[in-house]
Design a protein. Structure first.
Length: 359
């Protein structure tokens, strides 16, 4: 029985192919290791450089009766924040700060510095503090807009961490926004992150501020809502200059879902545009001019109203006392009503970015 011979050339070709595959596999492995190492070093470098700008917000809460010193109990609640300006301006979320709490800022070096409240804004969840310290390291704002899939690096302090705690995940845009004229739509940071307090800064791969962590998305502990840097800058500058932000207010609530068949037909007639009045706040400007439940507001000062969020943006951008013309559809008839806006209450219903809030 004779055996067939394999040509030497074929053996060399197969052997060369195997070697080439092995070399390519080795190069790929080295490349992947180098890439991961580069990512690791980049994050470490950003953390080391920007970490000094991250602070702890320490709220000192005094509880007691009759003002007696021996009956007062002192507790602490913590949040995160960051240096916005080198002259001691600190940014955190409005939700961190209580009404009568004493506040101090703790730096990464362990300094505990009393803080003064400069201004806070419930609508956008931003608070500005001031400490008596200068030459602080600030976080530069991101220059470019965020694209879905961008890398976000969150930095803050946790209960168990010795110093700064850092993690990273993917940033994506959301539709979530309060309909306020200053409230840009939030980002979502998808990240496996320990329970750090809100107010923690989120940076891009260049160490620039993307935004500030606000809280978990509902029923999703691995995703945080992030207030965009653009919102932070706009609101912070207004609070620094004026101490507060005033907004116009009409005094209605608008449920996007039409509970009444008649109102639903009117909305269909107007191609779904406009905002439906579902309730009216007593003694508000809307109440004073006779707006009724079921009315459909289709234009404001001759500008079409697309939806309730659009209407809220238009109203909140105006100052209290501004005269407005409202084009209203009631039972198929068009009415034009005139009024002056009131001032949006500071903390109406304690519901931030909720469709159930008054406009």
């Amino acid at each position: 029985m004779t055996q067939s011979k394999v040509p030497l050339r074929s053996i060399l070709e197969v052997g060369g192919l195997v070697v080439m595959i092995a070399l390519l596999a080795g190069c790929r492995m080295v490349s992947e290791e180098n890439t991961l190492e580069a990512i690791e070093k980049s994050i470490q470098r950003i953390t080391q450089h920007a970490g000094e700008s991250v602070v702890v917000i320490d709220l000192i809460i005094k509880e007691g009766q009759n003002g007696a010193a021996d009956s007062i109990k002192i507790t602490h609640r913590y949040g995160s924040g960051f240096v916005y300006r080198s002259d001691g301006i600190i940014i955190t979320t409005d939700g961190v700060i209580g009404s009568d709490d004493s506040v101090r800022v703790i730096t990464q070096q362990g300094e505990m510095i009393p803080a003064t409240l400069i201004g806070r804004d419930f609508e956008t969840n931003i608070c500005v503090l001031k400490i008596n310290k200068t030459d602080l390291l600030t976080l530069p704002l991101a220059e470019n807009s965020i694209v879905n899939g961008s890398l976000g690096i969150m930095m803050g302090n946790t209960y168990y961490s010795e110093g700064l705690c850092c993690s990273w995940g993917m940033i994506n845009r959301t539709w979530i926004g309060g309909g306020d004229f200053l409230d840009n739509k939030l980002f979502a940071l998808h990240i496996q992150w320990p329970e750090v307090q809100s107010g923690a800064p989120v940076l891009n791969v260049k160490g620039q501020l993307i935004g500030m962590a606000e809280g978990h998305l509902e029923d999703c502990k691995s995703s945080w809502t992030v207030i965009p840097a653009k919102t932070i800058m706009t609101v912070a500058e207004k609070l620094i200059a004026e101490g507060s932000i005033t907004r116009g207010w009409l005094g209605i609530r608008s449920n996007p879902v039409c509970p009444r068949e008649k109102t639903a037909r009117l909305m269909k007639q107007w191609k779904g545009k406009g905002t439906v009045v579902s309730s009216i706040i007593p003694d508000s400007p809307a109440d004073q001019i006779g707006i009724q439940v079921g009315d459909v507001i289709v234009s404001l000062n001759d500008k079409p109203v697309i939806c309730v969020s659009d209407f809220r943006r238009l109203i909140t951008a105006m100052s209290p006392g501004t005269e407005v013309l409202l084009d209203i559809i009631r039972d198929g008839e068009e009415l034009v009503l005139k009024t002056r806006l009131g001032r949006l209450p500071s903390h109406p219903e304690r519901q931030r970015r909720s469709i159930r809030r008054s406009v």
